[in-house]
Ligand binder design. Sequence first.
Ligand code: NAD
Length: 319
Amino acid sequence: MDLVVTGGAGFLGARLVASLLAAKDAGAPRPAFERIVSLDLAPCPTPDPRVASVIGSVDDEAALAEVIGPATGAVFHLAAVVSGQAEAEFETGMRVNLDGTRRLLDACRTRADRPLFFFASSLAVFGADCPPVVPDDQVLRPRSSYGTQKAMGELLVADASRRGFVDGIVGRLPTVVVRPGRPNAAASSFASSILREPMAGEMAVCPVDLDLPLWIGSPDATLRNIVALAALERGRLGDRVEVNLPGIETTPRAMLAALTEACGPEAAALVAHRPDPAIEAILASWPSRFDTARAESLGLVGDAGIGAIVAAHQRAMGL
Ligand SMILES: NC(=O)c1ccc[n+]([C@@H]2O[C@H](COP(=O)([O-])OP(=O)(O)OC[C@H]3O[C@@H](n4cnc5c(N)ncnc54)[C@H](O)[C@@H]3O)[C@@H](O)[C@H]2O)c1
């Protein structure tokens, strides 16, 4: 049996491949697989003989025919153009985020025994008129092209599940912090930069109000929860395939306070506050507090707090 991970070269995709291999090595029975096939524009960096990389685009039917076949037991769909790029390049966002998801589901439809299909969605599917605490079944009114494309992807996954083409799971991920490496094209990229860069002795810019509430989760908790969702008994989600993953509500100010506590005031002093109205408009449309009771009832667990997230990044970087 194969698992397919789209976006297997990316930040979360590459780590998901490693997490799935670790879960299998620890004896986890689900999802069962012998091999993981990554589909991305670049090779999956996880060094393991059980990982095969196919270089291609998720909206390319030939590439999809190469990775989705009779042996496909589960698909983790993470390939995407992230929020800032999808807003700046409308056509690219539509092609990758919407057409890619549709073609991938279409490829799965030809499979006889409904593969598991995990879709990495985002809190960007929400927007205007959210209540203070957002439930899983909140109406979707996105305020960005990325959020709109993710919302359409969610509907496609739900309908493909209802029709029995796939066994769908939509995980709405929090903003994942701290993302290692360099800033990316996500509008929320600063949320990692304002911790990561100062911890490495570099300057960073906070482009939003210091008191703007954010919903974040660590890479470890987010990946653990994706793997846990994929391991659920089939049918546990019923016809509500969407799950808001656990996270914590914080603000840039609270993040800088945690940074000061861990690394001293000189670290926080490396962060300049330079508002960017375009980024602030996208981020301010994202809710920051979610009802995760259902996620927790399914066995998902979030982070202990912002201090724990900072400490985890320090450990991961050997700081
Ligand atoms: N990181 C977060 O904070 C966060 C939050 C919510 C949702 N998500 C979602 O999780 C998923 C993974 O996010 P990430 O942070 O790892 O992003 P990332 O940018 O690091 O990874 C995305 C991957 O998709 C690949 N990709 C882009 N276009 C492609 C195409 N046409 N065909 C095949 N592959 C393509 C890229 O090469 C990249 O490796 C995305 O769907 C993202 O929308 C992420």
